[in-house]
Design a protein around this ligand. Structure first.
Ligand code: FAD
Length: 398
C-alpha cells in the first residue's frame, strides 16, 4: 500500500494510540508525540476503577496486534483500574509501535503551518499546500517537525477548571494552590496521608467529585476524625446526576451511593454554594462560600477541586479552528451533541466525520478534547471518531 500522508498525532492516550494503529492500517506514516509516558493522563487517575468494561475501551486492531505478540489480555467484561488499563493495554501497545513512532517525553508546544499565518491565505486550497509545523520540547531542547495532517488527541486532563465564581479563579486561589488537589485525588492510596483525619472540602457534582466523596467516606471509617464538606454550585437534589437506564452500572452505583451520603450525617453537604475567595492562614484555608445572597466561611485543611476540565486552546492557536463558544468542543460536534438525547451520546453513537472538521484543512481534534468542556466522553466514541476521519480523508483524498 502506498504511504499516503505523514500524520502527526499529538498525545499517546487511548485515542492517540488507536489513531496511530488505524492511520497505519490506512497506509499513512505516523509520528506520535507524547508529553509524558504512553497513557500519561490515565496513569494520573490510575487508582480509579473505570466505568466501562475492557472490551469497550479497546479496538479489534489493538487486541489482534497484542495477541500476535503473545500478550495475555483481560476478559472483555473486566472492569480495570486506570493503572491496569495502562499496564495491560496502552503501554504494551505503545511498545509494539516502538520509539520510531511513539516519541515519549516530547511535548508539543505549538501547532501551526509553515510560512502561513492564521489570518493569511484564507482559501482552503492554498493553506492545504503548506505542511503543518509543530514546535516540540524535551527538557531544555526544542525542535520542529513537519506533517501533512495533525490529529490533536491531547485530551483535557492537564487543564482543570478553576474553582471560583463564574468559572474564574476564586480570589486567592492561585496562592492556595499547594493545598488544592485538582481533578482526581488518590485518597485511599498514595495521597492518603494528605487527607486522613483532616477537614476536607470537595467542590463539584460530577463523577470525579462523587469518587472523592465515596473515597473520603471510606477513609473516614478508619480515620474517624476525617471531616468532609461537599459543596455544589447547583441546588439540585440529589446532587449527582443519575442517567436513566445507565449502560454503565458502576457509574450508576457510584451516583446512587454518594447521593445517599449527601443525605447522611457523615457529610456536611452544602448545595447552592459558590466559591468566592480562599485565604491561607495558620488553621489551613478559609473559604468564602456564597449561598444565594449570604456569604459564609469554612476553614479546612485541604480542598479537592473536582470542577471539570477544559481543552488547551493555546496549542493550536495559530490554526483556523472553529469551536463552540459555550463548550469549546469542535463546533459542529457541539451542535450534534446538543441534538442528541442524553442516552445517545452517552452510549457513544458516532457522528458524521463532517462534525469533526475545522476550517483548517488536515487538522482534527479527536478524543476527549473534541468534546471540550462537555462531560461524559467515552473512549469508544473516540475510536469511532478516528475511523470516521480516516475514512473521510480517504474518500476526499485529503
Ligand atoms: C477518573 C476518570 C475515569 C474515567 N473512566 C473512564 C471509563 O471508564 N471509560 C471511558 O471510556 N472513559 C473514561 N474516562 C474518560 C477518559 O479519560 C477518556 O475517555 C480517555 O482517557 C480519553 O482519551 P484521550 O486519548 O482523548 O485523552 P487522554 O487520555 O487525556 O490522553 C491525552 C494524552 O495527551 C498527552 N498530551 C497532552 N498535552 C500534550 C502536549 N502538549 N504534547 C504532547 N502530549 C500531550 C497527555 O499526556 C495524554 O497522554 C475517565 C476519566 C477520568 C478522569
Amino acid at each position: 500500500m502506498k504511504l499516503r500522508k505523514h500524520i502527526a498525532i499529538v498525545g499517546a492516550g487511548p485515542i492517540g494510540l488507536e489513531a496511530a494503529l488505524a492511520a497505519m492500517a490506512h497506509g499513512h506514516r505516523v509520528s506520535v508525540f507524547e508529553r509524558g509516558e504512553a497513557g500519561d493522563a490515565v496513569r494520573r487517575w490510575g487508582h480509579v476503577r473505570m466505568f466501562s468494561p475492557f472490551g469497550m475501551n479497546v479496538s479489534l486492531r489493538g487486541i489482534e496486534r497484542l495477541k500476535k505478540r503473545g500478550h495475555a489480555l483481560p476478559d472483555p467484561d473486566a472492569i480495570l483500574t486506570g493503572t491496569e488499563f495502562v499496564a495491560q493495554y496502552l503501554a504494551p501497545l505503545a511498545d509494539t509501535l516502538g520509539e520510531e513512532i511513539v516519541h515519549t517525553n516530547a511535548e508539543v508546544v505549538a501547532i501551526g503551518r509553515c510560512d502561513v499565518l492564521k489570518h493569511e491565505k484564507k482559501d482552503e486550497a492554498s493553506r492545504r499546500e503548506t505542511p503543518f509545523r509543530l514546535l516540540l520540547r524535551r527538557g531544555g531542547r526544542e525542535w520542529a517537525e513537519e506533517a501533512d495532517a495533525v490529529f490533536d488527541c491531547t485530551g483535557t486532563f492537564s487543564t482543570p477548571n478553576h474553582l471560583g465564581d463564574g468559572g474564574m479563579p476564586a480570589i486567592g486561589e492561585a496562592a492556595c494552590k499547594p493545598l488544592i488537589t485538582y481533578g482526581v485525588a488518590d485518597i485511599l492510596g498514595r495521597q492518603r496521608w494528605i487527607f486522613e483525619d483532616r477537614r476536607v472540602l470537595v467542590v463539584g457534582s460530577g463523577h470525579s467529585a462523587a469518587t472523592a466523596i465515596r473515597d473520603l467516606a471510606k477513609l473516614r471509617e478508619e480515620a474517624v476524625d476525617t471531616e468532609i464538606i461537599w459543596a455544589t454550585r447547583r441546588g439540585m437534589m440529589p446532587p449527582c446526576r443519575r442517567i436513566e437506564n445507565d449502560p454503565l452500572p458502576i457509574r450508576d452505583r457510584l451516583a446512587a451511593e454518594v447521593n445517599d451520603l449527601a443525605e447522611s450525617e457523615k457529610i456536611d453537604f452544602r448545595r447552592d454554594s459558590t466559591v468566592l475567595a480562599l485565604h491561607q492562614n495558620e488553621d489551613g484555608v478559609t473559604i468564602t462560600l456564597c449561598d444565594f445572597a449570604s456569604n459564609e466561611t469554612v476553614t479546612v485543611d485541604r480542598i479537592i477541586a473536582a470542577v471539570g476540565f477544559r481543552p488547551d486552546l493555546e496549542l493550536a492557536r495559530e490554526l483556523q479552528t472553529r469551536l463552540c463558544c459555550a463548550t469549546e468542543s469542535v463546533y459542529n460536534l457541539a451542535a450534534a451533541l446538543l441534538g442528541d438525547s442524553e442516552s445517545d451520546y452517552l452510549s457513544g453513537n458516532s457522528h458524521s466525520p463532517e462534525t469533526l472538521l475545522h476550517p483548517e484543512p488536515g487538522y482534527f481534534t479527536l478524543g476527549m478534547k473534541s468534546y471540550g468542556r462537555t462531560p461524559d466522553f467515552l473512549i469508544r466514541t473516540g475510536r469511532e471518531q478516528v475511523e470516521s476521519v480516516l475514512g473521510w480523508m480517504e474518500k476526499n483524498d485529503d
